[in-house]
Design a protein around this ligand. Structure first.
Ligand code: GLV
Ligand code: MN
Ligand code: MN
Length: 444
């Protein structure tokens, strides 16, 4: 394994990839590529927002494809707009070990969530190709086009298509401009009807779907998006499982009216929604799981009008699906009672439901071996529950998954301040490579 260079470490937060710095580990070029991709955004002033089936998506796919080809892979864009690259194993057509993550972002994103995992995977395939390793399976990198669900409000569209669990009803989802997912696929040059799984056949599961027998497993490197590695002073960790998540669109309806209306005649939707927000926080906190209301829209949103309607979102996550579902039932009942006491009505639509996913023990062991090799430490690496969602949640429907977590500063993510160090990226790249090599050894 290559050691972290003093030059890379000295480059620190500036990610200085100038030619004067010798980038022996490749970490600086990975970070320089993260910087390059960050420029493809629909937001001004250096803020990042890059969403599914847009010009920015097309542009980053083209860049990633070029880097994949430089790393020795053949490339294609799959029918869901995921950018794929493949390095054949010792004979052509062997089942593939998938490596990947996503290139889309939330609004005002950082530059590493998802992106770092794709670029680390490409860098590792480049190394293995250069070394001429005799591979008992093919390696494929998948840069998923939609993990965050920012544009259509439905997360994991890219990885669901790959896993064969894409629901044709999603083609009618619309973005903020009223464009349907169906039309967005067509405008991107993709055939929406090829994506939808044929319900009458267990064999054909949509054109982007992979068959389990063609896959060896899926490995994803990702920033931790939590504080535990930093607290423990460790650069890398292993994911035990990914928390199950449910999301809901909630509408509270009251009666809009003049702000001179006495309190006893009001049905204020915002006052009810405010109580719902604190009810959700209290209930989730008491139950030891997490819930977020991240979106709130008030109608008609005027200073002298009682709010008649409020739309809000709920994102609920837990290590156990049954805990999550029990807490949702509790919240739902309390919300209905609270609204009824205020003369309000409440309606709920579920927009996302992803069960908790456990990482496969044999792949977890490979990631652990990779971390031990790269850090030259015999200690068992930190095992972490991922409260963030990942493409692996969807991919787990078609093959075994495991994840390598990389320390990020302050645990900050989904924010422009997201930050990783070149030294941590260097050791993560070594660990990811070593994890794959341990699977190569096991399969040879
Ligand atoms: C994606 O990052 C999520 O956890 O929602
Ligand atoms: Mn994210
Ligand atoms: Mn992510």
């Amino acid at each position: 394994m290559t050691a972290v260079t003093a030059a890379a470490a000295a480059a620190g937060a500036n990610h200085d990839a100038s030619p004067a710095v010798i980038d022996r580990t490749g970490a600086l070029s990975i970070l320089a590529r993260c910087d390059e991709l960050a420029a493809y955004s629909t937001l001004p002033n250096g803020l990042i927002r890059r969403v599914y089936l847009t010009d920015e998506h097309r542009a980053v796919n083209a860049l990633a494809a070029g880097w994949m080809r430089e790393a020795g892979m053949t490339t294609w864009q799959d029918p869901a707009g995921n950018q794929c690259g493949r390095l054949e194993g010792r004979t052509p057509g062997l089942p593939a070990l998938l490596l990947g993550s996503h290139l889309d972002t939330v609004p005002s994103a950082g530059r590493y969530d998802g992106i770092l995992g794709v670029l680390t995977a490409i860098a590792v395939v480049d190394r293995l190709n250069t070394l001429g390793i005799d591979l008992p399976f093919a390696l494929e990198v998948v840069a998923f086009g939609d993990e965050e669900g920012t544009r259509f409000g439905r997360a994991l569209l890219g990885s669901r298509a790959l896993a064969g669990t894409f629901d044709p009803a999603w083609l009618d989802l619309t973005d903020d401009d009223g464009i349907t997912l169906r039309d967005a696929y067509s405008a991107f040059g993709l055939d929406p009807d090829a994506l939808a799984p044929a319900t009458d056949s267990a064999l054909f599961r949509g054109a982007a779907a992979r068959r389990p027998e063609d896959l060896v497993g899926y490995l994803e490197a990702h920033i931790e998006q939590g504080p535990y590695l930093e607290e423990a002073g460790q650069p890398l960790g292993i994911v035990s499982s990914i928390a199950g998540a449910r999301r809901f669109a909630i509408t509270v309806t009251g009666v809009a009216g003049h702000s001179g209306t006495p309190f006893d005649r009001r049905h204020d939707a915002l006052a009810g929604a405010a109580e719902i927000v604190t009810l959700i926080e209290r209930t989730a906190r008491d139950a030891g799981l997490i819930a977020t209301v991240g979106h709130l829209e008030v109608f008609p949103n005027a200073v002298n009008v009682i709010p008649g309607r409020v739309d809000l979102s709920l994102d609920l996550r837990a290590a156990s699906d049954s805990d999550r579902d029990r807490v949702w039932t509790e919240i739902d009942a309390a919300m209905t009672a609270l609204c009824s006491a205020r003369g309000l009505t409440v309606s709920v639509t579920q927009t996302h439901n992803a069960p908790a996913v456990a990482c496969a023990p044999h792949l977890r062991a490979a990631v652990a071996a990779g971390i031990r090799a790269a850090t030259a430490s015999p200690a068992e690496p930190l095992l972490l529950l991922s409260r963030a969602g990942h493409d692996g949640m969807a991919v787990a429907d078609v093959t075994d998954i495991a994840m390598l977590f990389i320390r990020c500063r302050g645990g900050v993510s989904h924010h422009p301040d997201e930050h990783v160090t070149p030294a941590d990226v260097a050791v993560a790249t070594d660990a990811f490579e070593a994890a794959i090599l341990s699977l190569v050894t096991a399969a040879s």
